[in-house]
Write a protein that binds this ligand. Structure first.
Ligand code: SF4
Length: 454
């Protein structure tokens, strides 16, 4: 069969779809770059925001429109709203998250052991944006109870993959040419806590540094309460990327309490200080939610001040969107958006509709303004972080070639500390590493000059 794989949302979904590709290839099937040439399309959906759920539906419709044969839908949105997913044109099967690991085996009628034994190299998915980084799932699910979070409902309880399986997966990605391994999970920092005896994320990272030859090992998002200061001593190994993504969500202690986050601004600041003391030039990035139910002007001002003081190397700002079924969606002080909200769609409970009843677009615009202010602050601190590297020479892993100019190919890649660098090269250098002298700032990155290959 010719199989098209599409994914929406987080790095974990990306990791899963890459793993599926490896399994389908191992069974002799071909992964194709577009749905137009596919006998089968698998769409891995997301529901973290209303927009992500809408993107998921659009991806399914696009696969049908382009002419994919059967369409199989899995992922968080399909798990929480299976009837809606099944009603979309062309969808022949819904696979909930808990059965996703055996999706290929079930579809192909093969025993799961077939894939456990098959040593085929894991390669990037075909298409315009082939990845140089391999996303490896090490954990799924979450036992926390952040009140805004739909992901934990869609993914279930936390469960960790055994170390040996992860090592096999990483070796397979390295055999396929991956230059960078990114460890992903819904709640990555809880890896190993469900084992007997329990293990912890530092055990995983030190074991992977010892047992694999990954040239670069990167950790995706880590919740701040999972980390202790001595964790950062592992960064003595230069293969560990100096980049920590620590979701803050709010810089206000009272909003953090309403979110049921297990952190405070003070403990977050102390953690950042420990990381910076142990890891020179570490890039610390974050996520913030703006417009959480009941967020007052004072609470937003606290967040703004805190974010300024943290001098993040970058971050994402999300306008809060109520996800049906989460505790936050039932809190007072919801901000109603201008755009149609998914909670007004037919089929949802009356209770879910009621909490959106008062239309307060004044608040909606206030949230938009807050988001813009916070984005400006983050852009300024990100630029200040990038500026420190002008004049330095750093290794860059090239991950994209855009255009051929009169001077040569324009190439783009990442340093280990997540600086996005562009340069002009005599040839496309996809998936290669060069030493680059960083010369200037550009929007969201830096420009540089290739020195040599490293
Ligand atoms: S830590 Fe919180 S935000 Fe993250 S997946 Fe778990 S419940 Fe959701």
């Amino acid at each position: 069969m010719k199989i098209f794989l599409d994914t929406i949302g987080c790095r974990l979904n990306q990791a899963e779809i890459e793993s599926l590709a490896r399994q389908f290839r191992a069974a002799g099937h071909e992964i194709v770059a577009t749905a137009a040439e596919a006998d089968l399309a698998v769409v891995n959906t997301c529901t973290v925001t209303a927009e992500a759920a809408s993107d998921s539906r659009a991806a399914i419709r696009r696969a049908k429109r382009l002419g994919a044969g059967d369409i199989v839908v899995t992922g968080c949105w399909a798990t929480l709203e299976p009837d809606k997913a099944a009603s979309l044109p062309g969808v022949t099967r819904i696979v909930p998250n808990l059965q996703k690991d055996s999706l290929a085996a079930d579809l192909l009628g093969l025993p799961q052991e077939f894939f456990d034994l098959e040593p085929i190299a894991r390669q990037p998915l075909p298409g315009l944006h082939q990845r140089t980084r391999a996303f490896i799932k090490v954990q799924d699910g979450c036992d926390n109870a952040c009140t805004f979070c739909i992901t934990r409902l869609a993914r279930g309880a936390s469960r960790s993959r055994p170390l040996d399986e992860i090592v096999t997966d990483i070796d397979s990605a390295l055999n396929g040419g991956a230059q960078e391994i990114v460890l992903t999970g819904v709640h990555l920092g809880s890896w190993g806590l469900d084992f007997q005896p329990a293990r912890r994320i530092p055990d995983l990272v030190s074991a992977l540094l010892a047992r694999t030859s990954a040239p670069r090992l990167r950790l995706s998002s880590l919740e701040p309460w999972d980390l202790e200061a001595d964790f950062f001593s592992l960064w003595h190994d230069p293969r560990l990327c100096r980049h920590l993504h620590l979701p803050l969500q709010s810089g206000s202690a009272s909003v953090l309490r309403r979110m049921a986050r297990k952190t405070t601004p003070d403990s977050f600041a102390a953690l950042v200080q420990s990381a910076r003391a142990a890891i020179p030039e570490v890039a610390i990035t974050t996520d913030i939610i703006v417009g959480f139910p009941g967020e007052t002007d004072e609470e937003f001002a606290e967040t703004l001040e805190f974010v300024k003081s943290m001098q993040f190397a970058g971050g994402h700002v999300f306008s809060y969107s109520a996800r049906p079924g989460t505790p936050a969606a039932r809190m007072k002080g919801q901000v109603r958006g201008d755009a149609p909200s998914p909670v007004l769609e037919p089929g949802l409970s009356r209770r879910n509709r009621d909490y959106h009843a008062p239309c307060r677009n004044r608040d909606y615009h206030a949230v938009k303004a807050r988001s813009a202010t916070l984005r400006t602050v983050l852009a300024e601190s990100a630029e200040a972080y990038r500026r420190k590297f002008i004049g330095k020479t750093m290794p860059v892993l090239w991950e994209a070639t855009s255009i051929l100019t009169d001077e040569g190919w324009q190439i783009e890649g990442l340093t280990d500390n997540y600086l996005r660098v562009t340069a002009i090269a005599a040839e496309p250098r996809w998936n290669r590493v060069d030493a680059v002298h960083l010369t200037d700032l550009r929007e969201n990155g830096l420009t540089g000059k290739q020195i040599n290959t490293v």
